[in-house]
Design a protein around this ligand. Structure first.
Ligand code: IGP
Length: 266
């Protein structure tokens, strides 16, 4: 369980020559009663870990598609406590590790220690807290450490390099490498920069490096995966799930598998 479960899931995928694929979904979008089916669908079709968003009234780091999904979920009456209860009810049915994406406010109001303990109980293996800066991490790391829950860190290409190095070295579970989307038309330049950035992160990080933000086609999954250990896809998954377009999701996930990953020249 916890951190070890995430590590095992990545080793398994990477050792067989595939790349990792982490879909993001918003808990309660489409109704919390469908959460189990949604996650088991992702597990069955090749997700390595699921990143599960907790809807929040002030989602400062979310893009528009995710924000709308959050509003739909809140409109359905979804609460953090109910999400945790749902996860607990069918925890023995899934093998896939679960990482919650939540803002620090929610963790605080729940109580840090109580939250970490509850995560362990319901089978949550890691957390992403996008508004928790490096300097404040100690507010949660003792409790997460006690219950074996991984704290997944984010780095962005705009962070100064000493800071990137510090974060990369500390990361647990995986390192979330935010890749800033280039403007239309300067795409090849954007990719050159991204390649060096992602390969650089791999030198510091002891955990897999995954690229996220703006990955929305099978081709992008292949390109990005070529530079690191895999990808995180949010908006495209959330949108497709909402529209009932499961084929798009299956195709995205298939692009991270060995048979379709672009071969790097030796
Ligand atoms: O939606 P995209 O461009 O595919 O990127 C994933 C991202 O949305 C997801 O990981 C996420 C949702 N909310 C966040 C807040 C911060 C960082 C990351 C996230």
């Amino acid at each position: 369980m916890g951190k070890a479960k995430i590590d095992t899931a990545f080793s398994k995928v990477l050792n067989q020559g595939d790349k990792a694929f982490v879909p993001y979904i918003m808990a309660g979008d489409g109704g919390l009663e469908n959460l189990k089916e949604q996650i088991l669908f992702l597990e069955k079709n090749g997700a390595t870990v699921v990143e599960l968003g907790i809807p929040f009234s002030d989602p400062v780091a979310d893009g528009p598609v995710i924000q709308e999904a959050g509003l739909r979920s809140l409109g359905n009456g979804t609460t953090l406590a109910a999400i945790l209860t749902s996860l607990e009810e069918w925890k023995d049915t899934r093998e896939i590790p679960i990482v919650l994406m939540t803002y620090i406010n929610l963790v605080y109001s729940f109580g840090v220690e109580k939250f970490a303990e509850r995560c362990e109980e319901v089978g949550v293996d890691g957390l992403i807290i996008p508004d928790l800066p490096l300097e404040e991490e100690e507010l949660v790391t003792p409790a997460l450490g006690e219950f074996g829950i991984a704290l997944i860190r984010l780095v962005s290409p705009t962070s100064p390099s000493h800071r990137i190095e510090q974060i990369a070295k500390r990361s647990e579970g995986f390192l979330y490498a935010v890749t800033v989307k280039g403007t239309t038309g300067v795409r090849s330049k954007y990719e050159e920069g991204v390649e060096a950035y992602l390969k650089g992160l791999k030198e510091y990080a002891e955990v897999p490096v995954l690229a996220g933000f703006g990955v929305s086609s099978p081709e992008q999954v292949r390109t990005m995966s070529d530079y690191c250990d895999g990808v995180i896809v949010g908006s495209k998954i959330v949108e497709s799930l909402h529209q009932g377009d499961r084929e798009t999701i299956v195709a995205l996930m298939a692009a991270s598998k060995k048979s379709t990953v672009k071969q790097t020249s030796l």
